[in-house]
Design a protein around this ligand. Structure first.
Ligand SMILES: [Cu+2]
Length: 288
C-alpha cells in the first residue's frame, strides 16, 4: 500500500501569477476580511482619541505665555499641523499593534484559522494607494515646512541688516553675550546700558547681535520663538518683534558646562512708554 496525496483541489492550489484575480478584486477581498475591517475601525477610534493632542501640545507650549511674537505663532501653527497630519499614520500603526497583540493570539489545536491569509503583497492597487498617499503627505509637509521657514526668516529679519529693519521706527539693537553661566544684554543705542534681564518694547523690531565670551551657548528667547547659537569670537544675528507684553524666559539651549541648566533669565516685554521709562531710570538716556 502506498501513501497517496489527496487529489489537487484547484481552489486550494497556490496562487500562480498567471491565474490570479485582478488587483482590484483581490484588494476588495482583502478589505472584506474581518481583521482588515477591525484594523480600520481601530484606526478611526485611535485617531479620534489622539486628536486632542494637537491642542494639548500647543496648550502646553502656551503655559508660560507664548506666543509672544509672529515667529512663535508660526512655530505653533507648524507644530499643530504636523501633529494633525501624523495622527492618521500613528493611529494606523497603533491599530495594527493592538490588533496583533489581542486579535492574533495563539489558536488552540493545530488547525489553521480559516481567515489566516498572506499579506496584501504585489497588489497594484494597494501599492499605488500606499505610495501616492505617503508621497502626497511627505510633499505637503516639505512645502508647508519651507513656507513656514520663509515666513520665520522674514519675521526674524535674518536677511535684513539692522539699519534696514522694517517699520517706521528704527529697530532696537541688543547685544547679547553668553558666558558660563549668565546672559548679559547691552543696549548700544542707549549709552551702552546693560542688564541681566532682557527688557524689550512691545511692537517694535528688535535686532540681536549674539556672541559668547567662553564656550558655545545658545540664546533661546522661549516664548518669542528666537533661538540662535552664541559662538565665541563670532557674532550671530537674528531679530523679532514682540507683540505681547509680559514676562517670558531666556534659556541656554546648548550644553555648556556644569550649570548649563541654570543659565536662564527673564524677558520683560513692556509697552513702549514703559520701556522708555525703564531706559531713563536705568541711566541709559535715549541717544538714538
Ligand atoms: Cu548652556
Amino acid at each position: 500500500m502506498t501513501l497517496t496525496s489527496p487529489p489537487p483541489d484547484s481552489s486550494e492550489a497556490p496562487e500562480a501569477p498567471t491565474n490570479r484575480p485582478p488587483s482590484m478584486h483581490r484588494a476588495r477581498n482583502w478589505m472584506r476580511r474581518p481583521y482588515a475591517r477591525s484594523i480600520m475601525i481601530l484606526t478611526v477610534v485611535i485617531g479620534f482619541i489622539l486628536l486632542p493632542l494637537c491642542w494639548l501640545i500647543v496648550a502646553a507650549m502656551n503655559q508660560s505665555g507664548a506666543p509672544a511674537s509672529p515667529i512663535m505663532e508660526d512655530i505653533e501653527t507648524t507644530v499643530f499641523v504636523f501633529t494633525l497630519v501624523s495622527i492618521p499614520i500613528t493611529a494606523f500603526v497603533f491599530a495594527v499593534l493592538v490588533y496583533s497583540l489581542l486579535g492574533w493570539k495563539h489558536v488552540s489545536g493545530d488547525e489553521v484559522p480559516a481567515d489566516d491569509s498572506p499579506a496584501i503583497r504585489t497588489n497594484t492597487v494597494g501599492v499605488l494607494i500606499w505610495t501616492v498617499a505617503s508621497s502626497l503627505l511627505a510633499m505637503f509637509l516639505v512645502v508647508w515646512g519651507l513656507m513656514e521657514l520663509a515666513s520665520i526668516t522674514a519675521n526674524s529679519y535674518g536677511t535684513v541688516s539692522a539699519d534696514e529693519q522694517p517699520g517706521g521706527e528704527k529697530a532696537l539693537i541688543v547685544n547679547v553675550t553668553g558666558q558660563q553661566w549668565v546672559w548679559t544684554f547691552e543696549y548700544p543705542q542707549h549709552d551702552g546700558l546693560t542688564s541681566d534681564i532682557l527688557y524689550l518694547p512691545k511692537d517694535r523690531a528688535v535686532y540681536f547681535n549674539v556672541t559668547s565670551k567662553d564656550v558655545l551657548h545658545n540664546f533661546w528667547a522661549v516664548e518669542l520663538g528666537v533661538k540662535i547659537d552664541a559662538n565665541p569670537g563670532a557674532i550671530t544675528q537674528t531679530g523679532v518683534t514682540p507683540n505681547k507684553a509680559g514676562t517670558f524666559n531666556v534659556r541656554c539651549a546648548e550644553l555648556c558646562g556644569l550649570h548649563h541648566a541654570y543659565m536662564q533669565t527673564k524677558i520683560q516685554v513692556l509697552e513702549p512708554t514703559a520701556f522708555d521709562s525703564w531706559v531713563r531710570e536705568s541711566g541709559g538716556g535715549r541717544t538714538s
